[in-house]
Design a binder for this molecule. Structure first.
Ligand code: GLC
Length: 652
């Protein structure tokens, strides 16, 4: 305990992580980081293989936070935390409560003072066997199939108006989706990524991916079955990292895993127990950091409240704390000068090297949606600084993307005539883009009407590829202006054969080929031109397209795309992705019975049948936010006010 008291700001957070709890309980003294890594590995192995003595068998990656209403009476009274007191921890460890409380103040955060009372109410018990049924603290009835609960929320009741009959394909899809459900201690907590019985090498496709679960969650929510979503949100919250460890380096708290697996491990007397084993990218191919997971988690949390009408989940102290941890991680200051999030390659749906490191649109659009979601959900208590930071960021981010990522015929013509090497605050060509980098395909491709947001922006580099997910989420979240959002859908309509073709929708357009493919993908045989992430077609993108169409009043476009998918998906066993320029063939290495293909189809169908309900999932332009000038918020006198430019983007 003395060691903890005297440690530097980073150490206590390690100590609080159960993965490192072994470290405390062991006889080792302080060791250099690499040794800690070894301990981490042992810790994990211990948890998974020999945790007979462990009282902490439910959640291997995070010390238990109690969320059960029924157990609230066990909570330590808030006043008690003013005094040092022991918190019991897994493995019989204990940590001085004032130290634990300090840990939260020491993180690099916009709002470092996560309210003490927040933390006080997080109860840590040493005899843990929390089952999902306890998470809600209430009895939830199962339906006839024993599958799930009915929502009682207002939101759902309102939308239930017209009951529609499922087609045979929808019935099949529902059966497959239910078969993909993963249970933990008997309760549904997610869906596996793919459920192909013939797949001899499932790799990590037998895991629950955070991003993949989103369309499953929406399908269940729209069907009136909220329990699985609630369980998923609460269990992944338990997995949220207090410390990520990849090769001896621990960047920060708040990261959500890319995926998790329910493992069955032996204990005494031929007995088994289940553990949740998260992957933060440390086992993933390429060791990619799942930056989008936390953003999706926040977006889904909002969707759960909106659709079920059960806002009590997002108001819970542990949920609020988890949300703040994600936000703090995203809003922490770094070296970057842009309001967009700086990430490594492969940090989102495209989770392999595809030249999207830097400030990829997909992450920016999800970030924007997550910030807007959080602003709606943060409870007042002690969140003022954080809300201020969110507002500032929303404002700056939308300005940045609308101004610098947008291209249409007019803008490309401007870039074509750019002067370069401009040194001044007034530069037009701020990022020093050499016109020669405008790709020849784009000169031919860009239509007279319509436009889109480019894939990425770096000094002297614009990635002109069209990335579908980022553009769709810019529409859904109103990151783009109303006119831009409309123009994006126009472009998709004009370029239907390229972006939709035989199967909606292309993940990006066009594919990179030849020398560019060699250098950018590192000769990735899975990402060959017009395959997988490199210009492949992903049916899961259909639900986000449908949502964007509903928002922009273009439902007929969505219907057209849904009809294309409906013609093939079931017949071809719900592939993960399609290959070739027009999406004609099932992907070379495509999984079959891919869950987010199935769920994406169902969600699209349900949203198209009930657009009013779908409208709960998107955001309109926030005019109040836009009125604030980006630079008025800057303390730096070097920054010139670009109110004019900002205003020009506010299109009514
Ligand atoms: C692939 C995809 C990724 C997805 C995962 C599971 O790695 O690129 O986006 O989450 O498969 O389906």
């Amino acid at each position: 305990m003395n060691f903890i008291r005297n440690s530097t700001s980073k150490l206590p957070s390690r100590v609080l992580d159960p993965r490192n709890a072994l470290f405390l309980g062991s006889t080792h003294s302080f060791n250099p980081p690499c040794y800690e890594h070894e301990l981490f590995c042992k810790g994990k192995a211990f948890l998974l293989n020999s945790n007979k003595n462990s009282q902490f068998h439910a959640y291997p990656s995070r010390f238990q936070r109690l969320i059960n209403n029924a157990q609230k009476s066990n909570c330590v009274p808030s006043t008690a935390f003013a005094q040092p007191m022991a918190i019991s921890m897994p493995y019989g460890l204990s940590v001085d409560a004032t130290v634990a409380s300090k840990v939260r103040h020491l993180s690099t955060s916009v709002e470092t003072n996560i309210n003490d009372s927040t933390f006080e109410r997080i109860h840590i018990q040493n005899s843990i066997s929390v089952k999902p049924k306890n998470l809600a603290g209430e009895e939830t009835p199962l339906d006839e199939d024993g599958h799930n609960v009915k929502n009682t929320g207002k939101g759902l009741e309102e939308g239930k108006g017209g009951v529609s009959i499922d087609s045979d394909i929808e019935k099949e899809a529902w059966k497959l989706l239910r078969d993909a459900v993963v249970t933990y201690c008997g309760y549904p907590v997610g869906t596996v990524a793919a459920n192909d019985p013939c797949d001899k090498l499932p790799l990590n496709y037998d895991q629950v991916f955070i991003r993949d679960f989103v369309p499953s969650a929406l399908a269940f929510l729209l069907k009136g079955e909220g329990e699985i979503v609630k369980n998923f949100l609460l269990h992944t919250l338990q997995l949220q990292s207090w410390e990520k460890t990849v090769d001896c380096y621990s960047p920060g708290q708040g990261l959500m895993p890319a995926s998790f697996k329910v493992r069955t491990v032996p204990i005494d007397d031929n007995k088994f127990e289940e553990v949740l084993d998260p992957d933060f990218g440390e086992a993933a191919i390429g060791r990619v950091a799942p930056v989008d997971s936390g953003l999706w988690w926040i977006i889904l949390l909002r969707a759960y409240g909106k659709i079920t009408g059960d806002y009590s989940l997002q108001e819970r102290v542990d949920v609020q704390t988890g949300m703040k941890l994600i936000l703090n991680l995203c809003l922490a200051d770094g070296f970057d000068m842009f309001p967009s999030l700086l990430v490594t390659d492969g940090s989102c749906m495209i989770d392999r090297r595809m030249g999207i490191h830097g400030h990829p649109l997909e992450i920016q659009a999800l970030f924007y949606a997550a910030l807007r979601s959080s602003r709606e959900m943060l409870t007042n208590e002690g969140s003022n600084n954080l809300v201020r930071a969110i507002n500032n960021r929303l404002n700056a981010l939308s300005f940045h993307i609308r101004e610098y990522y947008w291209v249409d015929m007019k803008k490309i013509n401007e870039i074509y005539r750019y002067k370069t090497e401009e040194y001044s605050m007034d530069a037009t060509n701020k990022f020093n883009i050499y016109p020669e980098q405008i790709p020849s395909w784009l000169m031919d491709w860009i239509p007279e009407e319509g436009g889109y947001l480019i894939g990425n922006l770096q000094p002297a580099h614009m990635d002109f590829r069209f990335f579908t997910l980022g553009n769709l989420w810019s529409i859904v979240s109103s990151l783009g202006t109303p006119r831009q959002n409309e123009a994006i859908l126009n472009l998709i309509e004009y370029k239907w054969n390229d972006i939709v073709g035989h199967m909606p929708l292309k993940i990006c357009y066009p594919a990179i080929e030849n020398e560019e493919w060699r250098i950018i993908t590192g000769c990735d045989p899975k990402n060959t031109p017009w395959s997988y992430h490199n210009g492949g077609s992903w049916p899961t993108l259909l639900w986000q397209f449908t949502l964007a169409c509903i928002k922009m009043g273009r439902l007929e476009l969505a219907h057209k795309a849904i009809a294309l998918a409906e013609k093939r998906l079931s017949r071809e066993h719900w592939p993960e992705y399609y290959d070739t320029r027009s999406g004609k063939f099932i992907g070379k290495q495509s999984r079959l019975y891919q869950t987010w293909t199935i769920a994406g189809f169902l969600t699209s169908k349900m949203m198209a049948k009930n657009p009013e309900m779908a409208s709960l999932l998107f955001w309109e332009e926030d005019f109040e936010l836009l009125e604030i000038c980006v630079c008025a918020l800057s303390k730096s006198s070097r920054v010139r006010c670009s109110r004019g430019a900002a205003k020009s983007q506010i299109l009514v």
